[in-house]
Design a protein around this ligand. Structure first.
Ligand SMILES: [Zn+2]
Length: 214
């Protein structure tokens, strides 16, 4: 299916996202220059056709994609990009080689079929499930220590919490949330009033016919 996908221009709203919706994240750390300013945009005017499967959409998948500055390009922050960044941070490397901070945010309600909505919900629920499992596990660890359960059980619980939950579980849930949000392939964003995505040919057709109807 992916091989048949087409590049499609989708329209962006002219106004920026409200400041309150942007500050969460990394804007505070991004230092804009004359050449590169922070972008916060929203996709609008999409046809109700599943972006990935080209069937009538039954709902939308609300997603916010962050972009990081790589040279002069704002690249979507995907799981692959994030893993490369982590690898670079674990191996000591000069700071100028590291990926800079988020330089753009893109909000979209992607039209989606039931299967795509289910995938998005499933990934998010799993991610939040892992996040929320940590505190009860830590409480269980303290209770187990207090009532004097066997040493082996305590050690297992400690490993489950650290590093099992912090940082491994938290890192994996972050990646799952990112995977849920970056299911739609978006090309680098710039100052133009549209972004290019990869989408099913029927979604591309529907986008073109809506544009003619405008
Ligand atoms: Zn779909």
């Amino acid at each position: 299916m992916v091989g048949e996908d087409l590049s499609v221009r989708v329209r962006l709203a002219t106004e920026s996202l409200p400041e309150s919706e942007v500050v969460w994240g990394e804007k505070r750390r991004f230092n804009p220059t004359a050449a590169v300013r922070f972008l916060a945009r929203r996709v609008e005017g999409l046809p109700m056709v599943c972006v990935r499967h080209g069937v009538p959409a039954t709902g939308v998948v609300p997603a916010t994609i962050n972009f990081v500055q790589v040279g002069s390009v704002r690249m979507p922050r995907t799981v692959g990009l994030e893993l490369r960044k982590w690898a670079r941070e674990i191996i000591p490397i000069p700071p100028w080689f590291r990926l800079p901070d988020t330089s753009a945010k893109l909000r979209a309600d992607w039209p989606a079929c039931a299967a795509c909505i289910a995938r998005f919900r499933w990934l998010r629920q799993l991610a939040f499930g892992v996040l929320l499992a940590g505190p009860p596990a830590i409480v269980a660890l303290f209770l187990a220590a207090a009532v004097g359960v066997p040493h082996g059980v305590i050690v297992s619980l400690v490993v489950l919490c650290f590093p099992g939950w912090l940082p491994v579980g938290i890192g994996i849930s972050g990646l799952m949330l990112m995977a849920a949000n970056t299911d739609i392939k978006v090309e680098p964003i710039d100052e133009r009033p549209f972004v290019v995505i990869r989408a099913h040919p029927r979604f591309a057709d529907a986008t073109r016919s809506e544009r003619h109807a405008d």
